[in-house]
Design a binder for this molecule. Sequence first.
Ligand code: COS
Length: 379
Amino acid sequence: MDFTLPEELLIFRDTLRKFVEKELEPISEQVEEEDHIPDRIVEKMKDLGLFGLAIPSEHGGYGMSVLGQCVAMEELSRTNACFRTRIGTNNGIGSMGIVIAGTEEQKRKYLPRLASGAMTGAFALTEPNAGSDASAIRTTAVRKGDKYILNGTKHFITNGDIAGLSTVMALTDRPKGTKGISAFLVEEGFPGFSVGKIERKMGFRGSHTCELLFDDCEVPAENLLGREGEGFRIAMQVLDKGRLMMGACALGAIERLIELSTTFAKTRVTFGEPIINRQAIQWMLVNMAIDAYAVRNAVYHAAWKLDRGERVTKEAAMVKVLATETACRAADSAVQIHGGMGYMKGMAVERFYRDLRLLRIYEGTSEILRMIVAREMSR
Ligand code: COS
């Protein structure tokens, strides 16, 4: 078994590490305050090709392996989470549906723009009454001639306010349950589509979470993704990969928390000695390191399986639970090690503590993911 990462991936990882340290980290607090990523930074992300890592090369992306995408997300997660969220939606839930189920025409029309970052993607499944129970959606799509007419409300949609294209799940045949859900590619300018409320959140500032409104929204019939009734399965496949990526994001955050906490513990002196000499602090740091080791192996292994074309529903769910619950524990320890300083605004550990809490909820709560693992185990 060879655990060596390919040379070109190591070079890419190094490039990303420098980009994060030089361009993103210095403005992470500014973004936190202003709740906005400066355009010049988005342009630099485009120049590096970050929006198209996962998109096949024949459609303008890098066509990177899943393992490579995990390494990229891990690096980008060492700073404010909004940066990797901006990039992650185009590479993940905002484009994967098209990669998996799009027609050649849909791929040619949308993927190059998503890959270049000219267009931002979003994934619209969740509704006020349908979060964990995704099949309870109420948004409807009725075929009228060469169009579908969509009516309903989506909420908690990441990047909804800047998305040029949203993959929207809607009911085309309610009595059929999950088989009555279809997926649609909705452009921002389609008649009857608008952005509603933008949420105020505990964290993730710089990344907007929005309501999307469909009021007799007209979607050309050629923008149906896959066939009628395939929307739920497409959404679940998209989420399988999204959950694995979330594990990689949590991993990058844990690694950064270890570094921040170790540096602090070496310089903070109590009773005449740096606190890193205290066993109580050492054990917290060691536990974080043990957790990071386990999470890294789990993330990379699941990525390897997906790269081999295997279904990873169970592994992705396990990885997300392991990585995100571990990351929250690591953030708690990091704040504890920093003491009062760790509770202060402007400290990275304070921001990580708030931001990481969301990872145990979105793209599948820990509870739903455990349910998925249980179902897979009992097959
Ligand atoms: N890959 C491919 N197909 C899948 C799948 C997957 N990962 N998961 C489910 N399916 C298929 C099933 O095989 C089933 O098809 P068949 O009847 O042909 O076998 C169909 O989809 C319905 O699946 P299921 O019966 O499991 O649906 P349920 O309504 O019972 O629940 C869960 C499915 C709980 C898994 C789903 O609702 C879920 O993931 N919820 C969480 C949603 C979420 O993560 N939301 C976060 C916001 S989105 S960013």
